[in-house]
Write a protein that binds this ligand. Structure first.
Ligand code: GAP
Length: 511
């Protein structure tokens, strides 16, 4: 058995391999591919849809059905919700999204391309020649800027010959000397302008401003809008949580890094309503609990970290003294650095107060024990379901150079789209019939695949790429000894077990 590795390939080379496997094996496809695709939108194929559902179900199970144990040793109280994507537009004015949910954007007058201002960096020559020339690039992608620099400076330059700066650090004079990432001339980048990320639509037959509505940019607001309904109809008492999984839409200026930043994506969010004086300790509790959850799924500790936002990174709903932790993952395109996987925000009473004011509906909580009224504060663990799928794909991608088909998706068994493969060794001597019978039995409990096509080695390789933890093969001995071969995806090793113990074997290992 050979040593498997998931770090022999790094950065963009590793990412390219993962993207290619995901396409080839039906995890993720570009949306509308036959029409040339549409930037920032993705479709999840048979394996991807199942993987995403499994991650969603794991979150729902651990958040709503069996919530964590609280600091007092008792289970927390969290209920589920499924709210509408389109809400009354007044809700988005109150939440601050219509006025403030924007990113600074820069246009290029020459190429007509648009960039997020805070993602633009520049290369500045360490030794300036007769004229100053600076070369802009999108964070993490300096190669095109280096190529442009070689052309403009007519020198064989290397990255080490440049300093890197944020575009926003330059003065006006310097900005006029910047070559945009896709431009042949200098000085074509505009000043930054705020660009609202909300997708607008019209409700009803006429498309007038009176009928404007928005696709939700976060699932969270649906929770705030239903906070009173939930309080009035269920037995929850503060502190408690409301959880929701669903689509969110943002007209991102520069969707990139595969499914990391897309324009349509899914979130798994939970709003934890608590007494104001307890909010700070719940903030710490949820930050740590969420980091541990990603570890419990099988994400390696060294690829995860908790990072507190600097004051200038905070969203419009966070005020001084409040804040946000990010659970970050080391994606191949951020490595050796980390990128956001989940945010845990202290939202204070911002949202409920805003909705109370704008809707004229009392949203204060009445504590039946102290007989006091107060506006709960909110701690929000907000993760991306689709971004989580990306982290799981990156984490699970391994290469075993000694296998004929070296690529293996080592999904944690809880998340694996297919839990077992069942094969007849050859398509004769009664083997297909026994294999089909076993398959029919297993599929009542586990997502199982039955495969009779091609040589057994190819069938194992197909299951390795799909990330199936175990394969069971019916062979000549099955008919005489009532045993089957079990092959382990990660080690490639095989053992024989009784055919009537297969189901118990799987239950023990994949749950
Ligand atoms: N309700 C708070 C909120 O929406 P956020 O940090 O903007 O906070 C939460 O989003 C999570 O949603 C992020 O940590 C990320 O995992 C995911 N997310 C945000 N924007 C995304 C995008 N454009 N594409 C994919 N996932 C995204």
């Amino acid at each position: 058995m050979s040593e498997m590795t998931n770090d022999s390939l790094t950065g963009s080379a590793r990412m390219e391999k993962i993207v290619a496997l995901c396409k080839r094996r039906g995890f993720v496809f570009p949306a509308s591919e036959i029409y040339g695709g549409i930037n920032g939108f993705w479709d999840y194929g048979p394996l991807g849809a199942q993987l995403k559902n499994n991650l969603r179900d794991a979150w729902w199970r651990d958040m709503v059905e069996a919530p964590p144990i609280g600091p007092d040793g008792h289970p927390l109280s969290i209920v589920g919700l499924d709210s509408s994507i389109v809400q009354n537009p007044k809700a988005w004015i109150a939440s601050g999204h219509v006025g403030g949910f924007s990113d600074p954007m820069i246009d290029c007058r020459e190429s007509k391309a648009r960039y997020r201002a805070d993602h633009l960096m520049v290369l500045r020559p360490k030794e300036q020649g007769e004229y100053l020339a600076l070369f802009a690039f999108l964070e993490g992608e300096p190669e095109p800027a280096l190529k442009r620099a070689k052309k403009v400076l007519r020198l064989s330059v290397h990255l080490a010959d440049f300093e890197t700066h944020l575009l926003s650090e330059l003065n006006e004079e310097e900005r006029s000397k910047v070559y945009g990432p896709d431009a042949a001339k200098a000085g074509t980048l505009t000043e930054p302008r705020e660009f609202n990320l909300m997708f607008k639509t019209y409700v009803g037959a006429t498309s007038s401003e009176d009928n404007v509505a928005y696709l939700r940019p976060e699932t969270a607001q649906g929770i705030f809008l239903n906070y009173k309904n939930v309080l009035d109809t269920s037995r929850v008492r503060v502190p408690f949580g409301i959880a929701q999984v669903g689509k969110a839409f943002r007209n991102e200026v520069t969707p990139r890094n595969y499914i990391f930043r897309s324009r349509e994506f899914e979130q798994m969010e939970m709003e934890w309503f608590c007494a104001p004086d307890e909010a700070a300790s719940w903030f710490e509790f949820w930050s740590k609990t969420r980091l541990e959850w990603w570890k419990s799924l099988g994400v390696a500790e060294e690829n995860l970290r908790l990072r507190k936002h600097d004051q200038d990174e905070l969203a419009h709903y966070s005020r001084e003294g409040e804040g946000t932790y990010d659970v970050e993952y080391r994606y191949p395109f951020t490595a050796p650095d980390f990128g956001e996987l989940e945010g845990v925000a202290h939202r204070g009473d911002f949202d409920l107060t805003q909705h109370q004011e704008h809707s004229k509906t009392k949203l204060q909580y009445f504590d039946p024990e102290t007989r006091e009224r107060f506006m709960p504060h909110v701690i929000e663990p907000a993760s991306g379901l689709t971004r989580g799928v990306l982290a799981i794909l990156c984490e699970s991608y391994f290469v075993d150079p000694e296998r004929p088909s070296p690529e293996i998706m080592r999904f944690p068994s809880r998340l694996a789209p297919i839990k077992a493969g069942v094969f007849p060794l050859v398509n004769k001597d009664g083997m297909p019939e026994i294999a089909e019978k076993l398959y029919l039995e297993l599929r009542t409990k586990f997502p199982t695949q039955f495969d009779v096509k091609q040589a057994i080695g190819k069938r194992y390789a197909r299951m390795d790429e799909a990330g199936t933890p175990f394969c069971f093969t019916i062979d000549g001995e099955t008919t005489t000894e009532q045993t089957v071969t079990v092959r382990d995806r990660d080690t490639g090793s095989q053992e024989r077990i009784a055919i009537d113990s297969v189901s118990a074997f799987l239950s023990e290992r994949v749950g």
